[in-house]
Design a protein around this ligand. Structure first.
Ligand SMILES: [Zn+2]
Ligand SMILES: [Zn+2]
Ligand SMILES: [Zn+2]
Length: 365
C-alpha cells in the first residue's frame, strides 16, 4: 500500500501528497521574486528575453520571465516586440503591447495584405496595442473584409475583445475593462473598501444554500474612484449556484440594496458543505493598498482582482447587458480556491453602469 498520509505545506498548512511547498505558495514566491527585482535585474532579464526570444514558445524561462515582468513589473515591451517581430513570433500577443509606431505600421501593412498568412495572430497583437490607429484599421477591415477573413471564425472586433476593447457598428470604441487594477489579498488589516464573501440572511430559492455578497464595494474609497460608482455596491450570489448555472444577474443600487437571479441552473443540488461556507465567509480578503499593473492577473500566480485585464481560463467572454444589450465591462475576477480550499475556477463579474446591472459568469478548465 502506498502511504497516503497528507503532508502539510510548511508555509500555509494546506494538505497535499508531495514534499515541499504547495503549488499556491510556490507561485506566490515566484511572483514575489519578480516584485522584489531591482531595476538592474529587470534590465538584465529583459535583455535575456530579447536574446533568447525564439525560445518563448517553449513556455520555459523566457516565457516565465516575460509574463512575470509584464504582470508584476509592468515592463515596457517595445524592444521585446522588435525582437519578436524579427523572429516572426506573435505569441503571446502581449509581447507587442508597447510596440513602436513603426512596428505598429508594419503590422497594419501585413494585415492589409489580402492573403495575410498569420491574420489571427496579427489581429491579436494589434488588439493589444489597441490605439486609435488600430481601431480604425480594424473597422475598415470589418466593413470591407479581405480574403483572409474566410479562414477566421470571427471578425476583428471580436479579436479586439481579448485586449479589453471593441467597437460598435458605427466604429465607436467600447471599453471592456478598466485600466486601473487592484488585487484582493489575505491580510489581517481593517479595511472596509471591499468586503469579500459576506454572509447574507436569506437562503437561495433554488438550492437553499446560504447566500453571500461575493463583493461589497465602497465606491467612495479613493482607491476605487476609477470605477465611478460613488456609493455602496453589494453583489449577492448563491455560492453554490454561481458555478452551476449559465450566469447570475444582479440588479443593484448605490445604497447597498441589490437583488439577484440565477439563470439556467444545471441542478438544484447543493455541493457546497457547511465547512466550505465557513471558510468562504471567513476568507478575510482585503483590497491591496497600492495599484497593481494592468496585467497583474496574467502572471503565474492565481490572484483576484478589481479592474485590470483578466486572465481568461476559457475564451474571453464579455456578456451583453440583459437590459440594454450593450457589451458589459469587467469589474472583477475572483479565484475560487482563494475562498474555498481545493475549489476550481474563476468567477468573472461584469457590469453595465448605465443600467445598474451586474452579470457573473464562471469558467474552469
Ligand atoms: Zn502553501
Ligand atoms: Zn443556489
Ligand atoms: Zn445595460
Amino acid at each position: 500500500m502506498r502511504d497516503r498520509t497528507p503532508i502539510p505545506c510548511p508555509e500555509c498548512d494546506r494538505e497535499k501528497y508531495f514534499e515541499g511547498l504547495c503549488y499556491a505558495c510556490t507561485n506566490r514566491k515566484v511572483r514575489e521574486s519578480y516584485e522584489s527585482m531591482s531595476d538592474g535585474q529587470i534590465q538584465t532579464t529583459v535583455q535575456n528575453i530579447i536574446q533568447n526570444i525564439e525560445t518563448i514558445g517553449k513556455w520555459e524561462q523566457v516565457y516565465k520571465d516575460f509574463t512575470g515582468l509584464l504582470a508584476y513589473r509592468d515592463i515596457n515591451t517595445r524592444e521585446i516586440a522588435d525582437a519578436a517581430f524579427r523572429n516572426k513570433i506573435y505569441n503571446p500577443a502581449t509581447l507587442y503591447r508597447d510596440a513602436s509606431p513603426e512596428l505598429q505600421d508594419e503590422l497594419i501593412a501585413l494585415i492589409n495584405d489580402p492573403y495575410c498568412a498569420h491574420a489571427g495572430d496579427i489581429l491579436s497583437c494589434l488588439s493589444v496595442i489597441g490605439n486609435d490607429n488600430v481601431q480604425s484599421a480594424f473597422y475598415q477591415l470589418e466593413k470591407n473584409p479581405l480574403p483572409w477573413r474566410k479562414n477566421l471564425y470571427v471578425d476583428p472586433s471580436f479579436y479586439a475583445e481579448q485586449a479589453g476593447w471593441t467597437f460598435g457598428a458605427d466604429g465607436t470604441r467600447i471599453q471592456l475593462n478598466y485600466d486601473s487594477c487592484y488585487s484582493l489579498i489575505k491580510e489581517s488589516r481593517e479595511d472596509n473598501a471591499v468586503l469579500v464573501a459576506r454572509a447574507r440572511a436569506e437562503e437561495c430559492a433554488i438550492c437553499s444554500c446560504q447566500t453571500i455578497d461575493i463583493l461589497s464595494l465602497d465606491g467612495r474609497d479613493q482607491r476605487l474612484s476609477f470605477l465611478g460608482l460613488p456609493g455602496q455596491l453589494n453583489i449577492p450570489i448563491c455560492p453554490n449556484c454561481a458555478s452551476m448555472c449559465d450566469r447570475t444577474i444582479v440588479r443593484y443600487q448605490l445604497d447597498g440594496e441589490s437583488t439577484f437571479e440565477v439563470v439556467e441552473p444545471y441542478t438544484n443540488e447543493k455541493y457546497i458543505s457547511d465547512a466550505d461556507l465557513t471558510s468562504l465567509v471567513n476568507s478575510k480578503m482585503v483590497l491591496s493598498q497600492t495599484e497593481k499593473p494592468a496585467y497583474f492577473s496574467c502572471g503565474n500566480d492565481d490572484v483576484s482582482t478589481i479592474g485590470g485585464n483578466p486572465d481568461w481560463i476559457q475564451d474571453w467572454q464579455y456578456e451583453d447587458c440583459p437590459d440594454c444589450q450593450k457589451k458589459m465591462k469587467l469589474l472583477a475576477a475572483l479565484q475560487w480556491d482563494q475562498l474555498i480550499e481545493a475549489s476550481e475556477g474563476t468567477l468573472y463579474i461584469e457590469i453595465c453602469t448605465d443600467c445598474s446591472v451586474i452579470v457573473t459568469i464562471h469558467q474552469q478548465t
